[in-house]
Ligand binder design. Structure first.
Ligand SMILES: [Zn+2]
Ligand SMILES: [Zn+2]
Length: 71
């Protein structure tokens, strides 16, 4: 396993989209555990976000859950 930066919060551990509550992708650590070697999620290309086609808001990627990394 490898510790990599959480893409959803950018490693801050804070979810900016939810009024500064702890990031629930990484549990507030800013890092997530992924299999070694770390591989970026192909669906969101490592951003952890996909733009909803209806609301045009950033949503958590369904491929990686927002971490930006394949697991
Ligand atoms: Zn996070
Ligand atoms: Zn993804």
């Amino acid at each position: 396993m490898a510790m990599v930066q959480c893409a959803w919060c950018g490693g801050k551990g804070i979810d900016d989209s939810k009024l500064n509550s702890p990031c629930n992708v990484c549990g507030g650590d800013g890092f997530v555990n992924v299999p070694d070697p770390p591989t970026k999620c192909g669906r969101c290309r490592g951003t952890g976000k996909v733009t909803d086609s209806n609301s045009h808001r950033d949503e958590k990627c369904s491929g990686c859950g927002g971490s930006g990394w394949a697991s």
